[in-house]
Design a protein. Structure first.
Length: 380
């Protein structure tokens, strides 16, 4: 047989598969009705394990794994269809509806906001892009920002979560595991790092450069041209500029924003020294209470999955089944729990869509722990 004939044979088999799949889902619908009438849960793990063992055995050694994957996907589709048919509404979705109804229609204009660092920090710049006239309180580290929100000292907090060059800000992700908060908005800030010095300093004079570890990573190509210079990480790029200004020394420099030059009386010795011109940092705006503003089309969640093969696959399969785009997937080890991880997802879906409603009503059953972080829009 030639290729065209083989493809025609595949098409015939596919036609049969489609009819059989439809028939299978019709029976699944009847099972859903029975479960609803008899108050039975949709997910039946014992039945699924027995079925997977059965079909793998029938498929034979060569096709056993492929068959197991195929039927795992069929089970996910079946459960999703049954949940939708039975219109199961989870407590989480009721909480989301309540938040949507109680959140003001207008985003706050002049709240009290917590930022890490000092005056001139990139967090401040992001804050002033998100809010019209914010009152900013500065804190020493990221954990203090989370604490300020939890204790009610500030209504909102601004935190960097990832950079297009240096990747995720892992310290923030680790803190997200330990703290309770909601994301109400995100913002992508164009970040340009400049080499700032005290007036009269020449490039050849510099012996030390201060900056945040993320900025240092983002400017690695430039720093490699200065092999004799000692690079010292500090808590924030604005703190680096402040330290240089306060030192009065002409052998130190800071990698910081251009705005810090005027703020701290420094000179810009070299502008935009980051490795990539399109260098952007994504900031999250967090609150203590769940707030969902009109038009929210992005959602963040965190999940602890069972430590066994296929756990992450099942979650991704369920999301894929609903046609929802995953824009971010991050895993972080859970403190004091060996070889267990918290998975962070950013999802692209409107809060008003049926797919969002269905996902929020289904995901909890797939995880050991599930944490809804909020739905929001992203300011560009």
């Amino acid at each position: 047989m030639d290729l065209n004939e083989l493809r025609q044979e595949i098409d015939k088999i596919d036609d049969a598969l489609i009819k059989l799949f439809g028939a299978r889902m019709d029976v699944a619908a009847q099972i859903a009705d029975f479960k609803k009438e008899n108050n039975l849960p949709i997910f039946q793990p014992v039945r699924e394990r027995e079925k997977l063992q059965e079909v793998s055995k029938k498929a034979g050694p060569e096709m056993a794994n492929y068959t197991r994957v195929l039927y795992s996907m069929l089970f996910e589709l079946s459960r999703s269809y049954q949940s939708k048919r039975n219109e199961i509404v989870s407590p989480l979705y009721r909480q989301i509806i309540q938040a949507m109804e109680s959140t003001p229609k207008l985003f706050p204009q002049a709240p009290m906001v917590a930022c890490q660092g000092v005056e001139g920090a990139y967090s401040q710049i992001a804050c002033e892009k998100i809010f019209k006239n914010p009152f900013i309180l500065y804190f020493k580290n990221f954990e203090a920002v989370f604490s300020a929100i939890e204790q009610g000292m500030c209504q909102y907090g601004i935190l960097p979560i990832e950079n297009s060059t240096a990747g995720s800000v892992k310290k923030v992700y680790d803190l997200m595991i330990r703290h309770n908060f909601s994301i109400v908005r995100t913002f992508r800030l164009k970040v340009d790092h400049s080499l700032l010095v005290n007036p009269g300093t020449k490039l050849s004079d510099i012996k030390e450069i201060y900056s945040h570890e993320q900025a240092i990573s983002q400017c690695s190509d430039f720093l490699q041209t200065l092999p004799a210079v000692n690079v010292i990480p500090v808590g924030n790029t604005a703190i680096a500029a402040e330290r240089v200004a306060n030192s009065g020394r002409k052998d130190v420099a800071a990698l910081s924003s251009r705005s810090c030059a005027e703020l701290y009386g420094l000179e810009c010795l070299a502008a935009a020294v980051q490795d990539k011109g399109n260098n952007r940092t994504r900031f999250i705006c967090i609150s203590k209470n769940l707030e969902i503003y009109p038009g929210a089309d992005k959602t963040s969640i965190m999940m602890v999955l069972n430590h066994r093969p296929g756990s992450l696959y099942k979650v991704l399969a369920r999301i894929y089944t609903l046609g929802i785009n995953v824009t971010k997937l991050e895993s972080r080890p859970i403190p004091d729990r060996e070889f267990e991880f918290m998975f962070y997802f950013d999802l692209e879906t409107s809060i008003y869509s049926e797919e969002f409603i269905q996902l929020m009503c289904e995901l909890d059953e797939l995880s050991e722990e599930f944490k809804y972080l909020g739905s929001y829009t992203e300011v560009v």
